[in-house]
Design a protein around this ligand. Structure first.
Ligand code: GLU
Length: 393
């Protein structure tokens, strides 16, 4: 078998793999508590499902323009204007099969062979793989718990070379839950502007934010940074629509049009009636988003307290998204488990608890727990983790 060099560099998504394994075990009747993939456990709101049913009944089942329907693009422009103070025209919008797809298109549209892409770690699992398959070179900027997992402008400046093409920003961050302030973003944007480095700003967790934190889009901080930035968002997380696969990007027309061309030769349009549902999600009632975030906050408060009470674990309180990124270095130091992968594997095999190893996010001293699952599951899962750790320590 001769798989292409580029694709051989890519491994399968560990977040999706873990959750598939947990689902498989559940199907076999094993009582697994899954803190695996980041997928809200709430149902998609009824009014959104109704709009898709109606679209189906009305025969909206054929190709749409490859880059998405006009009505949805207009609703996305309105969303950007109202939520992010960003003015885009429909030509500056692409609708894709999930935010992941928009990010993929953007990286491919911007990266040439050997281009360097600066990526803060811990990072979301798919970023380095997408960069590599596009021929780019990930340049990882390490952040630590002590810095609240945020990079400093000097660090970014130092990482930039004549080959740097792109910087990837993800705030609120998966997996750390950290959120950059407006002032911090301003300083980062000054560095990007000075070196003409493009930015992909992944804002998929924008609405899942706590404690009065404010989400600011880096692209809203001035005309020049807007010209360098592709903002990516989607309906999966905010409206519990992961399976519908609708994400979108807003950015300079030239980049968006290159991304659209690429999409027109790969997937064509995102599913027609899922676009109708996304239109309803963005333009219909928003109260369910608030209710969901309130529930995530309750779960976050509980799981973070429980993690910090567990011997050998420490965890910062996330300010957004729905992940706890727990430091397990004290447990690994004891030597019975050699790394975050063996810890995650043993937890699943011996305690029936699924977590994602930190190595998948670029830091082996951690594990990630998604708290997008019921409080009851979280309580049970934390009991099992405590029992398991007590045996290991
Ligand atoms: N983004 C989510 C996660 O990190 C969903 C799975 C994926 O696409 O990686 O768990």
């Amino acid at each position: 078998m001769s798989i292409s060099k580029r694709v051989s560099l890519v491994s399968s998504s560990p977040t999706l793999k873990i959750s598939a394994k947990a689902k498989q075990m559940k199907q076999k009747g094993i009582d697994v508590v899954s803190f695996g993939a980041g997928e809200p456990d709430f149902d998609t709101p009824a009014h959104i499902k109704e709009s898709a049913k109606k679209a189906l009944d009305e025969g909206f089942t054929k190709y749409t323009p490859a880059s998405g329907i006009k009505e949805l693009k207009e609703a996305i422009c309105k969303k950007f204007r109202e939520d992010n103070n960003l003015i885009f025209s429909p030509e500056e919008i692409l609708v894709s099969c999930g935010a992941k797809h928009s990010i993929f298109n953007a990286i491919f549209a911007l990266c040439d062979e050997g281009d360097e892409v600066v990526l803060p770690s811990p990072y979301w699992v798919s970023f380095p793989e997408m960069i590599k398959v596009a021929g780019g070179k990930p340049v990882i900027l390490k952040t630590t718990q002590e810095d609240s997992f945020r990079i400093k402008p000097e660090q970014l400046q130092k990482a930039i070379t004549p080959r740097t093409k792109l910087f990837i920003l993800n705030s609120p961050c998966n997996p750390t839950g950290m959120v950059y302030t407006k002032d911090e973003l301003q300083l980062l944007s000054n560095v990007l502007i000075a070196s003409n480095v493009y930015c992909i700003s992944d804002e998929i967790y924008e609405k899942i934010i706590y404690d009065g934190e404010e989400h600011v889009s880096i692209a809203s901080l001035g005309e020049r940074i807007k010209e360098l930035t592709v903002v990516v968002n989607g309906v999966s997380k905010s409206y519990s629509m992961t399976g519908w696969r609708i994400g979108y990007a807003g950015g300079p027309e030239e980049i968006i049009s290159a991304m659209s061309n690429l999409q027109s030769h790969s997937t064509s349009n995102p599913v027609s009636f899922a676009q109708t549902a996304a239109l309803e999600a963005l333009s219909g009632p928003q109260d369910q988003v608030m209710e969901m975030v309130d529930e995530f906050r309750r779960r976050r408060d509980y799981i973070i307290d429980r993690l910090n009470e567990t011997p050998g674990i420490s965890c910062l309180k996330p300010k957004g998204a729905f992940y706890a990124f727990a430091n397990v270095s004290e447990i690994l130091k004891k030597g019975a488990l050699k790394d975050s992968v063996s810890l995650a594997e043993k937890l699943l095999a011996e305690a029936n608890v699924a977590v994602v190893p930190g190595s998948a996010f670029g830091d082996d001293r951690y594990i990630r727990l998604s708290y997008a699952t019921s409080l009851e599951n979280i309580k049970e899962g934390m009991e099992r983790i405590k029992g398991f750790i007590e045996k290991v320590l």
